[in-house]
Design a protein around this ligand. Structure first.
Ligand code: EPZ
Length: 424
């Protein structure tokens, strides 16, 4: 197991390329199960979670190959050959390492009329049930049986249905949208999630021949079709990775340009950085963070898109720990997403938590120390704090970071950070 060691205090400078989005690539790779044949996916990020979903699908008979760069598309495609489906099972061993594995449920039921998918169980940031996924599938005529920790789903015929989500759910919307593409009749998903990754998946489904209306709205109408065809698609870039580098640049008072940044998907996040005094310039897919602003405490409240993303809460908290004055952070999506607080306090941050509310009183300087990563975004916040802290910070259990950040140490080193990875 590795750790990351950071000598803090260096203003970052230069340019960093934003990678493909983890939370778009995962459902898009799962969706290849819907159409037998060879799919060509561009901009698939090199992440541990991507390796996990590839292993999951390979277990079902899907074959992956790295293609050659060609034509208009930058980079080499991931070739996904999904003609053979030899199993419809998602085993506990894989699902327990990555909850998003539940995204194979919709495509398997749609294609094979059956699926056996391990229940994901709880995770560090919350209980995260999938009751809304299952309720929606039942409304579409799927028989759901829970047995020995597995969801056993069977459907002689998938039927279109009208489904209202009590709370917008990202992977719930994605699972039911995928199932509906091959159902008989029309499905209407109401109070659907608006996250841009849902829109990216919908556009991939349309590229395969699906009929979907209302993309990027909270009402999605899917007209079921007889079959789908394999497609070529370029995955969007990662708004959360972009926000993470924005925080790293701002906390070190550096000058950094984010290339290939999804500006249109960062309105709420950029709004809060600007309100906190961070100087940003954004145009043509490039965001430049300029030094020189006075970092001031601002309040944030996480919210489903287009609100402030819960996946940026921890990183923004790290930034606020060095701001002038106080900031109140309210986490409304996950009930246990403050695991990073006690580790930031180890670096000298002044944070108090009551229920889902955290009060951050900005301090002058953080001090390097050994800290423990607990989940993906929490570990990003510790790296950000370590970049600003005096002395050495060691971030342990970095496998959490590998799940969602492509070449983080290499990218930060290229921006001048004194950072290295070594065995723990
Ligand atoms: C997606 O998780 C993301 N993961 C998460 O990113 C992200 O934090 C989350 O959406 C919210 O934006 C992927 O896209 C792979 P939800 P998901 O269903 O779909 C409750 C990261 O760091 N709920 O939108 O699992 C749930 O408990 C990860 O990249 C139910 O009650 O989140 C939560 O409180 C972490 N029943 C709320 O809804 C259900 O059936 C929103 O969860 C489903 C959800």
């Amino acid at each position: 197991m590795d750790k990351i060691v950071i000598e803090g205090g260096v203003p970052l400078s230069g340019e960093v390329e934003i990678s493909g989005a983890k939370n778009a690539a995962l459902p898009i790779i799962a969706a290849t199960l819907l159409a037998p044949g060879e799919h060509r996916l561009y901009n698939v990020p090199p992440l541990a979670d991507i390796r996990t979903i590839k292993r999951l699908l390979a277990n079902m008979g899907v074959v992956f190959k790295d293609g050659e760069p060609e034509g208009a598309h930058a980079g080499a495609p991931l070739l996904v050959e999904s003609s053979e489906l030899t199993s419809v099972e998602a085993p506990y061993e894989l699902v327990k390492t990555m909850r998003a594995a539940v995204l194979v449920l919709g495509p398997l039921v749609a294609r094979a009329r059956q699926a056996r998918v391990s229940l994901p169980g709880g995770c560090a940031i919350g209980a995260r049930p999938i009751n809304l996924h299952l309720k929606g599938l039942e409304a579409m005529g799927v028989k759901i049986n829970l047995s020995q920790g597995y969801v056993e789903a069977n459907a002689r015929r998938l039927q279109g249905a009208e489904i209202y989500f009590e709370t917008p759910t990202v992977t719930g919307t994605e699972n039911l949208m995928m199932a509906a593409t091959l159902a008989k009749g029309t499905t209407v998903l109401k109070n659907a999630a608006l996250e841009p990754e849902v829109g990216d998946l919908a556009r991939f489904l349309i590229a395969m021949g699906a009929e979907i209306e209302g993309i990027d709205t909270d009402v999605l109408t899917i007209q079921g079709v007889k079959e789908l065809k394999p497609a070529t698609y370029r995955i969007m870039t990662d708004r959360i990775e972009a926000g993470t580098y924005m925080a790293a640049a701002a906390i070190t008072k550096g000058k950094v340009t984010l290339a290939n940044a999804p500006i249109a998907h960062l309105t709420a996040i950029m709004g809060k950085f600007t309100e906190a005094g961070v100087r940003l310039a954004a145009e043509a897919g490039r965001i430049t963070i300029h030094p020189g602003g006075t970092l001031t405490g601002v309040d944030i409240r996480t919210h489903p898109y287009p609100g402030f993303a819960t996946d940026m809460q921890a990183q923004f908290m790290a930034l606020m720990s060095l701001a002038k004055g106080a900031s109140i952070i309210t986490e409304t999506i996950f009930e246990n997403r403050y695991m990073h607080v006690s580790e930031l306090q180890r670096l000298g941050a002044d944070i108090s938590v009551t229920g889902n509310l955290a009060v951050v009183r900005g301090c002058k300087q953080l001090q390097g120390a050994p800290v423990m990563a607990t989940d993906l975004r929490a570990s990003a916040s510790l790296v950000i704090a370590g970049l600003a802290a005096a002395g050495e910070t060691q971030v342990l259990r970095v496998y959490h970071l590998d799940r969602g950040y492509a070449n983080l140490v290499e990218k930060l080193s290229a921006l001048g950070a004194r950072i290295r990875r070594e065995p723990a």
